[in-house]
Design a protein around this ligand. Structure first.
Ligand code: ZN
Ligand code: ZN
Length: 345
């Protein structure tokens, strides 16, 4: 089969190679990949800017497909079932976090496309407990967005507790920011999304999917704009999805006294912030990192909610052979979410 692999550490070192079709072992299932999303993580891996990587490894952690073969000692799954798969390849199962269902904190967690062979390939072997049946009417392309949707669900529904009618600020209009905004709106918040002039198309997309207000952070001072929109009150909650120092500062300044802030984006390096604001404004600041099984149950149920606009976030679907051209577009921040589909090759 064909597989897009990071062969070793270093800039580039990603190649489409031919390798043997894997076989499912005890407790495992072979999935034929029908659609897989390219994410910022994949671009960081290409650029050798991702720490945890264990090459050689097949990339791709956001995917949906069809059960192609059921391994020994797996009950409840049949060939041909349409599935979406959790991005967690394995966790230790013994640590206090695993036992509490908080696998995102497990020190031994392995993720597809990073430390376990992922889905930019014709087939991928997964633990059967990672499978979720696709609701009727949900396409493979929509389901390929389930993983970033889980990131949003974890941040909005599991790490924050705003009320219907509250105003929520989202910084960073990438795929995660768009989904955070949509889930926040489903939960009854009014949403302000902030980006830069470079993000014009993405901010227009946010408006088209229901975001009430957008702010161009390099044209208008973010806290001033939020104050104007909220009539002096400030945002009740802020979700920082850009991973940029200025956006973190903007959120701390724009959130109201006693408000909440959730850090979703990763800066990848130290940033300078006005730490006293957290104390002086009594801000509740929480980190949100990936998701766990409970998050997936919520997100898969949401996939078939017609109020969630997933199709508009997809900028195109391409065969594996065209990966280089599509990665180039991602590196240049053209479009939003691109999908690779091995069946198109
Ligand atoms: Zn991702
Ligand atoms: Zn563990």
């Amino acid at each position: 089969m064909q597989a897009l692999r990071k062969l070793k550490r270093g800039q580039g070192q990603v190649e489409l190679v031919t390798m043997a079709k894997p076989r499912p072992d005890i407790g495992e299932v072979l999935v034929r990949v029908e659609s897989a999303g390219i994410c910022g993580t994949d671009i960081h891996i290409l650029q050798d800017a991702y720490g945890n990587l264990q090459p050689p490894v097949t990339l791709g952690h956001e995917f949906a497909g069809v059960v192609a073969e059921v391994g020994p000692e797996v009950g409840g799954w049949r060939e041909g079932e349409r599935v979406v798969v959790e991005s967690l390849a394995s966790s230790c199962g013994r640590c206090r976090y695993c036992q509490a269902g908080e696998t995102q904190c497990c020190p031994d967690r392995q993720a597809f496309g990073i430390s376990a062979d992922g889905a930019f390939a014709d087939y991928v072997v997964v633990r059967h407990t990672a499978l979720h049946r696709l609701p009727v009417g949900v396409s493979f392309q929509q389901a390929a967005l389930a993983e970033p949707l889980c990131v949003a669900v974890h941040a909005v529904l599991e790490k924050c507790s705003f009320q219907p009618g509250d105003t929520v600020l989202v910084t960073g209009p990438g795929t995660i920011g768009q989904l955070v905004a949509q889930v926040a709106r489903l939960s009854g918040a009014a949403v302000i999304m902030a980006g830069t002039a470079r993000d014009r198309e993405r901010l227009e997309l946010a408006t088209a999917t229901g975001t009430e207000h957008v702010i161009f952070g390099d044209c208008e001072d973010l806290p001033t704009a939020v104050e104007r929109i909220t009539e002096g009150r400030g945002a009740d909650a802020a979700f920082e999805c850009a991973g940029v120092g200025a956006a973190v500062q903007g959120c701390l300044a724009a959130v109201r006294k006693g408000g909440q802030m959730v850090q979703v984006g990763l800066a990848g390096r130290s940033i300078e912030i006005d730490y006293d604001r957290i104390c002086l404004k009594e801000i509740t600041l929480r980190g949100s990192f990936t998701h766990n099984h409970r998050t997936w149950l919520k997100a898969v149920a949401l996939l078939s909610d017609p109020r969630l606009k997933l199709d508009v976030l997809v900028s195109g679907e391409f065969p594996l052979q065209q990966w280089r051209a599509v990665f180039d577009r991602c590196e240049q921040s053209q479009g939003l979410k691109y999908l690779l589909n091995p069946a198109l090759g």
